[in-house]
Design a protein around this ligand. Structure first.
Ligand code: FES
Ligand code: FES
Length: 662
């Protein structure tokens, strides 16, 4: 008879029986069996440290520790730490006080790491704290405030990075405590992968392995019958409403599941629902689908070529949209200029690399569907999800979870269409969590850009003209390509007054993962181009780069390249002036270093930019509702980005609160 050996593991002070032979990840046991979701999963391969726990006094990545190895060990997660009044709560309070918590996804890992460090070394130096934290990645806060907070608890005083703010009280500018900060640290604030009922079906997508390919399914029923735990296979045929979504209104072009051919690698073609995590992790390489691969167009040049295939019937030459802003007589100003510089620049894809992979859960509720997910755009998502299901908006409820970093990448739909589709058909709770590879392969990226620009100046160093052109690789679907192509021409004049200006852009479709929103909607790419030319111009004219920028910086009363006149609060000149002492010192230091070193050289630089808020080239409607309850509390509802006048009118009749601004 086989003997199954088990032992006790102590987790947060409680004893649990574990099988010595259990090879599952400790992180799975903590999260899935015990519900200790303060331990996060960012990569599941030992890179990010989000899953850090303390095991017998040492910080370990729980995603790399087999459950069996925890036998006869003591494990502390952030939930256990919270009950340590001396240390855990002191750390959490300090993290909040020092504004260390942003998205918060990494915070439990920082806390357990800090607790382990202070347990061994109660008074570490700043370098020792920094060294201890190297195993935990943070994509939002950075590390300075986290280190400040830990040193604060240790009693080793560290200058608070917020010391220039008013100390306390209600003064404008005072650092205020995040309302959701405590929950993000102690694990009670749920992220996309943290919720959902235990009996949820687990979803996985079958995705195209080629950049461009047609496909045909084999016998899906037979595959379902022979695959243990596979409850259902859904394809494009199962979409009850519109098999399209997209953030840019009439440009919506992205299928939830491709129908016959896929336009980029990683595009979903089928959705599989499994009964439990243990079944969902199977190898799917025998899924019955045959592919016909086509030569892909991966670059702007290849998609603009005369022989190029058209990705979308309604978009000749693979051009999604063109943008243009023009002012004055650029050609005459370039001809008459004292000096002109020109250059060509290109930038590459950039991955958002938020620590939290896309995730969520959904369930039917009466005739409605409820979806909880990490999203940056719940209102827009609700409208798209309702269209996908072919039901009124009111029958879809989107509940945003905490978002473990987004940076624009969670403005687009990811898991949500799959979740609502499966919950709709199967009438059961469902859950979907991308792994890191799936997240990177399928989520939007920063648009790669190819740019050419000319900038002219007079002999006094005043900019007289800019002529800018940029092509942006927007990938297979529109996503935010329309915003990028329209926003860049508005901003390619950077932070300067430009009397003669021409900026043209194009967003070009290719067979790559769609490019989308990423902090700045293409403007950072344009500024990389323009600011290097500004440096060249200043150098050619023998003018200090900071002085050149000050000479040309926008001021109150100036008109932007679009003609919009700036009001009286324009801060770029004082901002540049404040740099003067540091700039002069840095230049002097670099010159001295370079004189002393023949091989290694040191360079310094500065750049300016201007950036506007709101939707470019679109109306920017928004509404808030506020009111006063009988007990005197003021209630404010905000964040509705699309006015729904009928709904507002009806809410006026039924709600004791009134719309402040319809
Ligand atoms: Fe374990 Fe990243 S190191 S989830
Ligand atoms: Fe650290 Fe977001 S606050 S990853």
């Amino acid at each position: 008879m086989d003997m199954v050996e088990s032992s006790k593991a102590e987790i947060n002070g409680q004893s649990y029986s574990v099988l010595n032979s259990d090879t599952r990840r400790l992180s799975s046991m903590l999260r899935d069996d015990l519900g200790l979701t303060g331990t996060k999963i960012g990569c599941n391969q030992g890179d990010c440290g989000s899953c850090s726990v303390i095991m017998d006094g040492e910080v370990v990545c729980s995603c790399l520790v087999p459950v069996g190895q925890a036998a006869q060990s003591s494990v502390t997660t952030v939930e256990g730490l919270e009950h340590n009044a001396q240390l855990g709560q002191a750390l959490m309070a300090a993290f909040l006080r020092h504004q260390a918590v942003q998205c918060g996804f990494c915070m439990p890992a920082f806390l357990v790491t800090a607790a382990a460090l202070l347990g061994k070394n109660p008074h570490p130096t700043r370098d020792e704290v920094a060294g201890a934290l190297t195993g935990v990645l943070c994509r939002c806060t950075g590390y300075a405030k986290v280190i400040d907070a830990i040193l604060d608890v240790s009693g080793n005083q560290s200058p608070c990075t917020d010391k220039h703010y008013p100390d306390a009280g209600n003064s404008v500018g005072a650092a205020i405590t995040r309302l959701d900060g405590a929950g993000k640290m102690n694990g009670t604030e749920l992220f996309g992968a943290d919720g959902g009922s235990r009996d949820s079906l687990i979803l996985r997508a079958i995705r195209c392995p080629y950049h461009s390919a047609a496909f045909e399914f084999g016998d899906l029923d037979a595959y379902r019958r022979k695959t243990p735990g596979l409850v259902a296979i859904l394809t494009a045929k199962d979409i009850p409403g519109r098999n399209l979504h997209g953030v840019a209104g009439v440009f919506a072009d992205q299928p939830v599941l491709s129908e016959k051919h896929a336009r980029h690698r990683g595009e979903g073609i089928a959705l599989l629902a499994f009964d439990g995590w243990e079944h969902s992790t199977i190898d799917l390489s025998d899924f019955p689908v045959s592919w016909t691969e086509f030569p892909p167009q991966m670059t702007v040049e290849s998609s603009l070529d005369d022989q190029a295939r058209q990705l979308h019937d309604s978009r000749p030459d693979n051009i999604l949209i063109k943008g243009r802003v023009e002012r004055g007589d650029v050609d005459a100003a370039l001809t008459a200029a004292h000096h002109v510089v020109s250059g060509r620049f290109s930038t590459q894809f950039v991955e958002h690399a938020y620590l939290e992979p896309e995730a969520g859960w959904a369930y039917p509720e009466g005739d409605d569907i409820v979806v909880h997910s990490c999203t940056q755009a719940p209102h827009a998502h609700r409208a798209d999800l309702a269209r996908i299901l072919g039901i009124p908006d009111e029958r879809v409820r989107v509940v945003p979870t905490a978002v473990g970093g987004g940076f624009g990448g969670k403005l687009d739909l990811t898991t949500q269409p799959f979740l609502v589709l499966a919950a709709w058909h199967l009438r059961r709770p469902v859950k979907m969590v991308y792994d890191r590879a799936e997240s990177i392969a399928t989520s939007t990226k920063r648009h790669p850009a190819q740019m050419a620009s000319r900038i002219a100046a007079d002999k006094n160093g005043k900019i007289t003209a800019i002529d800018f052109f940029g092509d942006f690789n927007t990938g297979a679907y529109a996503s935010w390509g329309t915003a990028v192509a329209n926003r860049v021409p508005v901003h390619a004049g950077s932070a300067y007054f430009v009397p003669n200006y021409r900026a043209r852009t194009r967003a070009i479709h290719t067979h790559v993962t769609p490019s989308g929103a990423f902090r700045g909607f293409g403007v950072p790419q344009a500024i990389i181009c323009q600011e290097q030319l500004i440096d060249t111009l200043a150098r050619d004219l023998g003018i200090d780069p900071l002085k050149f920028r000050l000479n040309n910086a926008l001021a109150a009363g100036d008109a932007l390249v679009t003609g919009q006149v700036l009001p009286d609060s324009v801060g770029i000149v004082p901002c540049l002036q404040a740099l003067r002492p540091r700039w002069d010192k840095a230049r002097a230091d670099a010159a001295a270093y370079n004189k002393a070193n023949s091989f290694r050289k040191r360079g310094i630089g500065l750049a300016a930019m201007m950036y506007g808020c709101g939707n470019t080239a679109m109306s920017n409607p928004s509404t808030i509702r506020c009111g006063v309850r009988r007990d005197g509390t003021v209630v404010l509802h905000q964040a509705r980005s699309t006015p729904d006048r009928a709904r507002i009118r009806s809410s006026r009749k039924s709600s004791p609160m009134r719309s402040a601004s319809p």
